[in-house]
Design a protein around this ligand. Sequence first.
Ligand code: B12
Ligand code: SF4
Length: 473
Amino acid sequence: MAMTKQVALVFLPSESGVDGARSLYGDNPVSGPAQWINDGVRSLIKRTQFAIPPLSLMILASIEVSGVEQTICDLRFEEFPTGRRWDLVGISVQTGMATKAFELADRLRSLGITVVLGGPHVTMFPDSCRIHADCLVHGEADDLWSEVLTDLAAGSLRPEYLTDTLPDLQLHRPVSKASLRINRYFTTNLIQTSRGCPYQCDFCNVHVLNGRVLRQRKINDIVDEIRRFRHDDRRIFFFVDDSINADPAFALELFRQLTPLGIRWFGQATTALGQQPQLLEAFALSGCQALLVGIESIETSSRKAHRKIQNGAEELAGNIKAIRNSGISLYGSFIYGLDGDTLQTPAAILDFIADTRLDVPGINTLRPIPGTRVFDRLRQEGRLLFDPSDITAFRYTFGQEMLYRPKNISLPDFIESYSDLTRKVFNIGNSVRRGMSAPSIRAAVLFFNLFYTHLYSLSRNDLHRQLESIGRA
Ligand code: B12
Ligand code: SF4
């Protein structure tokens, strides 16, 4: 009888950001009291199980093919187990982790292990991946992965798997947690109700990855999945949809059906929720604790310049207040340095945060990453600070590195004003105050604010190091 084929599905830590904040220059740039705070926060982060499992690999590991056994290797917790027999190793590649993914792929292939690469980076930049893999899977792999496993079992693996059509999410595809070590994670209750986005914000690539049409799962399937997941793990649920209120009627029906289950959940939404009172009530009643909202910019000219057109700047504050008043805490993500921004923008952001009492402000710089429309435009305008042909040079950080020159502000002035803004937004006093006044999950709000206090002190140091290295021109 043929031996069962052993497949490992690998997830890598990001090089910066949520998986642990460190200086891009490899050393610790602060000393004295700042160093104590950093060390304290770092050890708190380590002790708080913050990581969540990759839904992508949970989905792939749930696909059953006779003669194949799958294991998830999460390299945020373990080294890759090279001592075991592997017939195939599938690595999930995001652009921020591409260099590490390629290094691992090359090492495994030198040991004679067959490697397949998939994930967002492969979907967007297959040509850069080909030399590191025996096989590439382009795009969403819900259907393609069973073909890969069937071909593996038959000994006829092909070098590329792709289709013209996106998976039909109306099909019932139960996700199992059998391959996960549940206790490693902050929660394993990850749910996706839909994919795709009809909007075209120029700094985003979701329409490239998941298409422009919103594809939804059946509400019954989602409710069943939540019931099943809750049985294994009673912790909070995370809806990973880019916008959980993208279709208000669908969301209203879903969350009304979820209310009797008594779960607690968080997700990502647009601020338009503040003007959808019925839906807001359904969110609150169904256990919504916190939402991440993309505010991006409070400058109308910046919103226009970057095609953030689905809601207007003038409605933002009212919407945020309405959402917070319903008992939901808000993480509001801003981008400073957009094309309509000036040196007056930070003061306006500070006023906005004070007025709305936003629980966790995220103060990002623009990340013109390859594969987005803004990347192409800034390349044409000669404003990128790295070689546009080197995709991996555009790192994903939380404000630790400038990737481009802002339009209306010189680079040194921008870095000074951004540093001043993050210093004013994030400090221990503000963290405690926001934690205490949050409408819900106060400990998490405190934790995030402390985490950002630490992260943005790294940001300020790294940005000044970058400025020194490229000159003040
Ligand atoms: C939820 C989420 C998070 C969560 C959870 C991450 C996690 N542990 O899973 C949090 C908030 C922690 C997070 C963190 C980060 N994220 Co994030 N995140 C998302 C989000 C909104 C949904 C991801 C998801 O679960 N999708 C559902 C699954 C089913 O889809 P999928 O991951 O694309 O997987 C499918 C295919 O890609 C493919 N596939 C994936 N892996 C593999 C592997 C193999 C072998 C194969 C064959 C196929 C395959 O098949 C899957 C099923 O169809 C996406 C946006 C989006 N629309 O996808 C961004 C997104 C993935 N994140 C992104 C980024 C940049 C980050 C960070 C680097 C940010 C930072 N600076 O720290 C970190 C990375 C941390 C990490 N180690 O993952 C980018 C990646 C862009 C890119 N070019 O790679 C995205 C696309 C957002 C964006 N529009 O730019 N993220
Ligand atoms: S930022 Fe959000 S709304 Fe804009 S295109 Fe991306 S997913 Fe859609």
